[in-house]
Write a protein of this length. Structure first.
Length: 138
């Protein structure tokens, strides 16, 4: 389980199962080759996502823009399906799911496109960040 913070809000994510990891990797494979150094630069340190320099990410943004909509939706929904958000309770802190599969939308209105992408990056890094080490070297 990974814990991270986005815009002062605490989140945690479970691991995707092996098949889900493979399918997310498969959908992202066309952009991962050119984006691997950028993804490493975005790796969370001490549970917090780094500030993102959008200018440096333009090649990645362009690659994502070229992905089929169904692939983007698949990846984002799959990532959000394993994320929970910290919620204050009368006895401390509880956790609530971020994604409602039935409603097909985030459970929190303050999750905008930027937050959604930052959450998804954290889940992707935690789940498929080590795929490159499993591939044979040439």
């Amino acid at each position: 389980m990974a814990e991270f913070e986005v815009d002062g809000v605490k989140y945690r994510s479970r691991k995707l199962n092996a098949f889900e990891q493979i399918h997310v990797f498969r959908k992202l494979a066309p952009i991962l080759g050119s984006a691997s150094s950028m993804i490493e630069a975005l790796r969370p340190r001490d549970g917090a996502l780094l500030d993102i320099d959008m200018g440096a990410l333009m090649p990645l943004i362009d690659a994502i823009a070229g992905m089929p909509e169904d692939d983007v939706n698949f990846v984002l929904k799959k990532c959000l399906s394993v994320v929970q958000r910290a919620q204050p309770t009368a006895v401390g802190e509880g956790w609530a799911d971020v994604w409602s599969a039935g409603a097909d939308r985030p459970m929190f209105d303050d999750i905008d496109a930027v937050v959604l992408i930052r959450i998804s990056i954290a889940v992707i890094q935690d789940n498929i960040g080590n795929f490159s080490s499993a591939l044979p070297s040439r």
